[in-house]
Design a protein around this ligand. Structure first.
Ligand SMILES: Cc1cc2nc3c(=O)[nH]c(=O)nc-3n(C[C@H](O)[C@H](O)[C@H](O)COP(=O)(O)O)c2cc1C
Length: 339
């Protein structure tokens, strides 16, 4: 290998750098003619504590290069987990990336975006050549930060930060061929559900119902007056129609559910006013239980956990419709119902 000659191509370099997990920032500045510019950047890094210095690098091919080079100030916005769309918007070559956004003016008129995990206003103190990039060093003169979960970028994809559990760290190799023990996914899902349900049942507004009736109550609160047959198909109640029938009967005996017949002859079920009131109370209690769990686990881990569970549900979905979504052709609405 020649000295100074790289033994890899730029794709390999990109992939390797992708193993270094970063946050995602949007860096903004204002041009002398007043134009607002901004780019998505993950090359951001801290440099010095005293004075507080940070750096980032911008491709020489970027349209915003001249403005950043001529600007005395720039602002760094550390994006939160919900700002993926904003990140994509500023990573594009769109005309006015700020259109429709709430923007304040910062130092030197620098555009400031709202709702980020953190934001720093900087005075440009150095610019350096860095190959096909220019490195900007800024002195931080003002900052604000929040508790919002930050957005993460890893291996070319957006990700979420999660705290490592205090137990033995789980690594990929431990997942492959692991024994049937406490690492078993089925056990973890079952145990987590068991603990969540046990906590839910401590509230009288929920304890009054069996699991299946509670699920049905919440489903109808979301989308009232459903075809009883369609509901039976969409409920996750042990995939057994008889269970749905029993849960419907339970709510009916409690005086919370009514039955009607739709114009097309389909049997409809729906919550009456009392039922809806009980459903809303149960939902409020469930939300309070969730808030207590989120408090225990922390907002970051809770966000990551929900995200992972959504991914698991999508990847393993056997095609069962979501309970609160009406099936195609399902009779809908009280308007069509006849007493
Ligand atoms: C997650 C992410 C990180 C990025 N980081 C950088 C970076 O550090 N430097 C850079 O020059 N471009 C980076 N880009 C690409 C720029 O955002 C993109 O080229 C943008 O179009 C530049 O805007 P401009 O041409 O309007 O200046 C990144 C893109 C993404 C999605």
């Amino acid at each position: 290998m020649d000295a100074g000659q790289a033994s890899f191509d730029s794709g390999a370099f990109r992939r390797t750098m992708g193993m270094f997990t970063t946050g995602v920032t949007i860096i903004t500045a204002r041009a002398r003619d007043g134009e607002r510019i901004g780019v998505t950047a993950n090359s951001f890094s801290s440099v010095s504590l005293d004075p507080p210095l940070v750096l980032w690098s911008l491709a020489k091919s970027a349209r915003s290069l001249d403005v950043f080079t001529g600007a005395d100030h720039f602002a760094i916005h550390i994006l939160s987990a919900g700002q993926e769309d904003l990140s994509n918007r500023f990573a594009s070559r769109g005309e006015d990336k700020f259109a429709g956004l709430a923007v304040d003016d910062g130092l030197g008129g620098t555009p400031l975006l709202a709702d980020c995990s953190a934001r720093m206003q900087c005075r440009t103190v150095h610019r350096y050549e860095g190959g096909d990039h220019i490195i900007f060093v800024g002195e931080v003169v003002d900052l604000v930060s929040s508790d919002d979960t930050p957005l993460v970028f890893q291996a070319g994809k957006y990700a979420l930060a999660a705290r490592k559990s205090s137990g033995e760290p789980l690594v990929a190799s431990a997942l492959v061929g692991s024994d049937f023990n406490e690492d078993f996914l089925g056990y973890l899902l079952w145990r987590a559900r068991f603990q969540f349900a046990a906590q839910l049942k401590k509230d009288a507004a929920i304890r009054a119902f069996t699991d299946n009736a509670f699920l049905l109550l919440v489903t109808l609160a979301h989308n009232n007056w459903r075809s009883a047959d369609s509901l039976a198909l969409t409920m996750f109640i042990d995939e057994d129609v008889a269970d749905t029938t029993r849960a419907l009967a339970e709510l009916e005996v409690m005086g919370l559910l009514e039955r009607r017949t739709a114009e097309n002859g389909e049997a409809l079920v729906g919550l009456n006013d009392v039922g809806m009131e009980r459903a809303l109370a149960a939902l409020a209690a469930a939300k309070a239980t969730e808030a207590a769990f989120i408090d225990k686990l922390g907002l970051w881990d809770s966000t990551a956990l929900k995200n992972l569970l959504r991914g698991f549900i999508d990847a393993t979905d056997p095609g069962v419709p979501h309970p609160w979504v009406r099936l195609e052709g399902e009779a809908s609405g009280v308007a069509q119902a006849l007493d």
